[in-house]
Design a protein. Sequence first.
Length: 461
Amino acid sequence: MKSLVLFSNDLRLDDNDAINASISNSDSSSFLFVFDKNLYEKTHGSANLWWLEQSLNSLFARLEERNILLNIIEGDYIETIVRVVEKYNIGSIYLNQNKNPDFAKVEKLLKKELDKMNVDFNSFNKSTLVDPSTILNKSNEPYKVYSPFYKHCKSIYVQKQVLSFPKEPFKTFGLEENQMDISQIFSSRKTGWSKKFKNYWNPGELEASKKLKSFFKGYLSEYKDIRNFPGTAGTSKMSPHLRFGEITTNQIINFFNFHQDHMLSKHEEHYIKELYWREFSYYILHHFPYVVNKPFNKKYEDFEWEENYEENLSLWKKGKTGIRIVDAAMIELWETGWMHNRTRMIVASFLTKNLLIPWQEGEKWFKDTLLDADVANNVMGWQWVSGCGTDAAPYFRIFNPILQEEKFDPDNSYTKKWLNNYNLYTEDGSSDLLVDNNLIKPIVDLKESRNKALERFSRIK
Ligand SMILES: Cc1cc2nc3c(=O)[nH]c(=O)nc-3n(C[C@H](O)[C@H](O)[C@H](O)COP(=O)(O)OP(=O)(O)OC[C@H]3O[C@@H](n4cnc5c(N)ncnc54)[C@H](O)[C@@H]3O)c2cc1C
């Protein structure tokens, strides 16, 4: 029987259940990536598309080294697959589930079409460690708080084997179709800003595992202590690699002896807990799909945001708020396509609680400019900071960016790195320009804006 292996956000050869199952169960397999422009442009921001193109190039080359063609076809996702299935007399489809809600919808429709044609549909889950539908609390309801969710996950954890790409030769077949020019995905259309990304990132499975190994040999042993300091390269930077499935959380967690009764170092356990924040984001998205654009906590739908905020939003995006750490972080994002978690929280708090701009605007900008932009983590990150999500920071906890900078960038290495005009910022974000007219003026007074936010939040308590 002939089979198709379909790729989407699982751009790897190892720990890829769809590949291994197809090869074990079929006489011959073909590897296919369908670029459905509408679907990809809806679910991927610009920076994501840059990564996707690079990562596909890398996957293509890895398969080519093994004399296997990765077919890349542009077209409507379902129509293309159904046409290929009919034309090449395919008996089975193998794919790894894509947990993005728009992809999940299309995969469901594809299954329906294939069922009608009596074609086997085989799907696997390696995007997350847990199947969200199987985890419920004692009242048979979804967890809404992270800590008990994590405790539950830890108690039921069973180590899963990491699969290797088959070593024995196997038969494949190519598709005689118009192969898409991969550069059409991003680089032939957009340039400029993204050109710098190559200085910081190398998409692809090999780089993901190389980077993970060096993190394990290096910063992991201090992770809990240094992960909050944006001026230190103390985190793993696995996020875009995980976003595109170049590595699985299963592969990462297999490096640890992660069982209820095993003592992990505090750094190891903390790293695992961060991976489970990602699990929790997907879990919440599964059980409460409305969170994609509405607050988890519905009472915040009535929150009174500022009305005419376009100018402040634009200054925030450009890193021109006059608040040193906020501007440095927004410039880091523009320059590298990534931002440190601590500063993601600071800029998100500033946008929603000082500028009183809806969190959805920040989420949209992150979606377009973050290489790791991921629907579940992004939405949950924004809701957490703005106070309307699960486990959310209470409304009265408003980050003071000046104190955050003092605590987490004490030597100013982060702000100095990203701000060319570092010397023009006032130490305390003060807007008193009488002292020196050349100094950069913050676009809001931190104290006044904080009080305004507190007053508005208290109205919907
Ligand atoms: C407003 C806001 C928006 C965010 N948007 C995204 C996003 O679009 N995509 C994204 O992957 N992460 C997002 N995060 C979470 C977090 O900032 C990044 O995952 C992290 O900074 C990635 O860097 P790292 O790989 O070096 O992390 P590490 O500290 O090395 O952590 C390892 C992995 O754990 C997961 N992780 C770590 N922190 C979190 C977290 N707080 N929530 C969920 N998962 C986490 C990530 O998969 C990460 O790659 C957002 C956070 C905030 C506050």
